[in-house]
Design a protein around this ligand. Structure first.
Ligand SMILES: NC(=O)c1ccc[n+]([C@@H]2O[C@H](COP(=O)([O-])OP(=O)(O)OC[C@H]3O[C@@H](n4cnc5c(N)ncnc54)[C@H](OP(=O)(O)O)[C@@H]3O)[C@@H](O)[C@H]2O)c1
Length: 319
């Protein structure tokens, strides 16, 4: 089976690439910048040039491909790219996949998309889900929760840099996941025919409220956090006023994301069934405490190394 992975340079995409290679799949990545994607080539990936902004570049990338894993999304730093990438680009991709007789198309959406069609990315995700369902391509859709990786920027770094952490006054819990575990589900679905033409709500096993995450980071960093609360009503007003939304960007957007995840939903009771169906032992799943612990250990080691190098340099200068 030859896989085409789109978004291989991204947070989730690179984990999928790594695990796919380990499992022995032939992996091709559609990339728009070979230099940036060079690390994928070093891992053993075949790189092909493609840009979701340029539809004509897409069909040639699909030659000889059995399955597509689309882990791409517009970069929030690129102005006006949302509709071009997450709508126009994806429509072209679906069209090309249908023409190429692709055997499986994996798409990543987000939880609670229906309730947030006022947020452009959510509306586009919902639209692409519908297009896929109407196509003749065997698909699997994963509606994802937030990634552990996003919590570093949201909580760990502000604590370390003594910057404020913005949270809402809601106290509902979110079952975040590590992208390594999401990648596991994604690749397992290729081996399970019963996951074809299905939508799965993927989430971790333990819910976390903001204050618990802050406490954990404070303990690991040995520093206190400066917490700023934004009432949910004000957040709603801000997101309606600006009408924009991209993952992990400015404060109002980030909080809007928290709001999306915080919606009461009923997926948690079926989470264990989902793990069973995918034959993934819940004890294999990376816990948030362990993820943060490893992050802080690596960071402190890095800081120690930098200090050591600085001291050595100073010593050389003194000599
Ligand atoms: N992050 C979350 O918490 C979260 C939550 C729920 C769902 N999701 C979904 O999960 C998926 C993966 O998210 P992520 O956070 O891992 O994404 P990410 O780190 O932002 O990476 C985005 C990827 O898309 C690629 N890309 C952007 N524009 C492109 C274009 N014009 N043509 C080709 N490729 C392009 C990027 O390539 P370059 O490196 O060249 O820019 C990069 O590889 C997305 O569908 C996202 O919506 C994410």
């Amino acid at each position: 089976m030859t896989l085409l992975i789109i978004g291989g340079t991204g947070t989730l995409g690179r984990q999928i690439v790594l695990q796919a290679l380990t499992k022995g799949y032939q992996v091709r990545c559609l990339v728009r910048n070979f230099r940036k994607a060079n690390f994928l080539k070093e891992w053993g990936v075949e790189l092909v040039y493609g840009d979701l902004n340029c539809p004509e570049t897409i069909p040639p990338c699909l030659k000889g491909i059995t399955a597509i894993i689309d882990a791409s999304t517009s970069r929030a730093t690129e102005l006006n790219s949302l509709k071009k990438v997450d709508w126009n680009g994806k429509l072209c991709l679906i069209e090309a996949a249908e023409a190429a007789n692709i055997q499986r198309f994996i798409f990543f959406s987000a939880q609670n998309v229906e309730q947030f069609s006022n947020i452009p990315l959510m509306k586009l995700k919902q639209g692409i889900e519908m297009k896929l369902k109407k196509s003749h391509i065997p698909y699997t859709i994963f509606r994802l929760t937030g990634f552990y990786q996003g919590l570093i920027e949201q909580y760990a770094i502000p604590i370390l840099e003594n910057l404020p952490i913005w949270i809402t006054n809601e106290n509902t819990s979110v079952s975040y996941m590590d992208t390594q575990d999401i990648a596991k589900f994604c690749l397992r679905s290729l081996q399970l025919p019963q996951t074809t033409n299905k939508t799965f709500f993927l989430s971790g096993l333990k819910g976390w409220v903001s204050s618990d995450i802050i406490n954990l980071c404070e303990q690991l960093a040995g520093q206190s956090a400066k917490v700023q609360q934004v009432p949910l009503s004000i957040l709603k007003f801000i997101s309606q006023f600006f009408g924009v939304f991209e993952w992990g960007q400015n404060i109002s957007d980030r909080l809007a994301f928290v709001e999306i995840l915080n919606m009461e939903n009923n997926f948690s009771k079926s989470t264990f069934d989902l793990y069973k169906m995918f034959k993934i032992d819940p004890s294999e799943i990376i816990q948030l405490d362990d993820y943060f612990l490893e992050y802080f250990i690596r960071l402190l080691k890095r800081l120690r190394d930098i200090n050591f190098e600085d001291v050595q340099k100073q010593k050389t200068l003194i000599i």
